[in-house]
Write a protein that binds this ligand. Structure first.
Ligand SMILES: O=C(N[C@@H](O)C(=O)O)c1ccccc1
Length: 324
């Protein structure tokens, strides 16, 4: 791996998880209030070229929802499954995030909905935004929404919408529509619209929302309160597509990218925009690094929709692992 300045370097924890997680296409990762890893996956469903018609309507509705548990809570150290839920609810899972009451906020691109699900194992739908299986672009419809970010202070939620819309919407915690905005709209020079706002993250220490604008190969960040454009992060090294973004207030931004260059993850300092590290798996390659989370202990997990697997990375070098 190329090393970038400082001593920050991520290496794959080879052999994690101990046993295969038996997951389908991994579309989303989150951390719960116990800092366990939460995996949102598609079981035996796949997003392929014929999943939607030209009006973005899902074509396999008659097959029914995924019968496997689509939401897995996994021990971050061993990779063992602690809880499994989300059966018979979803068709094409995409994004997942948790709120401070440990509810799951997920998006499903086939349902065109954002769903708030209880994590008590009873899978109660606490709130659903959007109309099931009905794409649209007004304030009560989405078109293949990709992710949700939660502002822990106000409870407001942000939705990146989506493959067939190019906007970010803001709702109150109880689902009231507040506002929406497109790419860097407040900045004339950056009127280039979003291509696919694919992943969202809330920056708690800055009260900003950042989006991975996938096919534009860039990150754009906005003031959460107003939607005002703050900055754009775009690097040649991204190779043209940025799939996911996650953030840790330690001043380091994690990103995963997927582009013509070999598929890699980047660690960027949010203030200086310096690339602090570039990482990728040691043995297998990334196939479609689709989402990423960073844990408080510095471990980074990457969910891969292509290889139906989750990779774990750590900043400790091998020998220190052997020592411990
Ligand atoms: O990007 C695509 N999918 C991935 O992001 C995903 O699986 O979420 C995709 C787009 C068009 C057709 C088929 C798949």
């Amino acid at each position: 791996h190329m090393r970038h300045s400082t001593d920050y370097h991520l290496e794959q924890v080879v052999g994690w998880p101990l046993d295969s997680l038996q997951v389908g296409q991994v579309s989303g990762l989150a951390l719960d209030s116990d800092s366990n890893l939460v995996i949102f996956h598609r079981g035996d469903h796949h997003w392929g070229a014929d999943s939607f018609n030209s009006q973005a309507r899902y074509q396999q509705r008659s097959v029914g929802p995924i019968q496997q548990s689509t939401i897995l809570v996994v021990d971050p150290t061993k990779g063992t499954i602690l809880k499994a839920s989300g059966r018979d609810m979803f068709y094409l899972p995409h994004g997942i995030t948790t709120d401070k009451n440990n509810n799951y906020w997920v998006t499903d691109v086939a349902l065109h909905q954002v769903v708030k699900v209880s994590s008590d194992g009873r899978d109660r739908t606490v709130l659903a935004l959007g109309e099931a299986f009905t794409p649209g672009s007004d304030s009560s419809h989405f078109c293949q929404p990709t992710d949700v970010a939660v502002d822990g202070d106000t409870g407001n939620i942000f939705v990146s919408d989506g493959y067939c819309n190019a906007r970010i919407l803001k709702f109150s915690a109880d689902g009231r529509y507040l506002s929406e905005w497109g790419a860097g709209s407040s900045d004339r020079r950056r009127r280039i619209p979003f291509r696919i706002p694919h992943s969202l993250v809330f920056l708690p220490d800055r009260q900003e929302v950042c989006v991975a604008d996938r096919e534009n190969g860039r990150i754009q960040c906005f003031i959460a309160q107003t939607g005002e454009f703050v900055k754009e992060i775009k690097k040649e090294e991204f190779g043209g597509e940025v799939f996911a973004i996650t953030y840790s207030p330690a001043g380091v931004n994690g990103k995963s990218t997927f582009g013509s260059t070999p598929l890699r993850g980047f660690v960027i300092d949010y203030s200086t925009l310096d690339i602090l590290d570039i990482f990728k798996p040691e043995e297998k390659e990334f196939k479609m690094p689709h989402d990423m989370v960073e844990r408080g202990d510095g471990c980074v997990f990457v969910g891969d929709a292509g290889s139906k697997s989750v990779f774990k990375f750590t900043t400790e070098s091998k020998h220190s692992l052997i020592k411990t």
